[in-house]
Design a protein around this ligand. Sequence first.
Ligand SMILES: [Zn+2]
Ligand SMILES: [Zn+2]
Ligand SMILES: [Zn+2]
Length: 169
Amino acid sequence: MGRPRSEIPYEERMLGYRDKQKRRRDNYRSLGLCSCCGSGLDIPGRVQCSVCIGKAKEAYSRNLDRRRDYQRAYQRRLKSDMVEAYGGECLCCGETESSMLTIDHIFEDGAEERRGFMGLGSGAYRTLKKMGYPKDRYQLLCFNCNVAKYHQGVCPHSGKAIFDQKETP
Ligand SMILES: [Zn+2]
Ligand SMILES: [Zn+2]
Ligand SMILES: [Zn+2]
């Protein structure tokens, strides 16, 4: 060898490391030991001991929690971006509480609309963001006003919101 560690490129170092790990695992496995820590196997048919399997499971669920937290933060950001882009309040009644606001298709002519207002989730927010938050077909409404619109075609508040005049059969 002779080469100082710092002169070996990272990829090469990682390759050497992985290679060493793989050789160690193969060695343990050929000896009938836990491929992870080299202690005796205690679960028939598994190549890892119960301790290592437990640790792996724990790490997996920790990662899952972290991924879920990240997802939630991302959804919150998407929602608040959307709310801000559409004026921050229900166009009909002026509700500003973000959790009560939802995006409304002004004209009911798509598959999503047929599913009703509950069908509009974070997927729709992402699409809106990609489209640059178009204002001609979408408006911000609170859930109350949105429900009123879907059931009666118009909200009793009749604020600045646009309601589709088309008769729904
Ligand atoms: Zn083990
Ligand atoms: Zn409202
Ligand atoms: Zn209203």
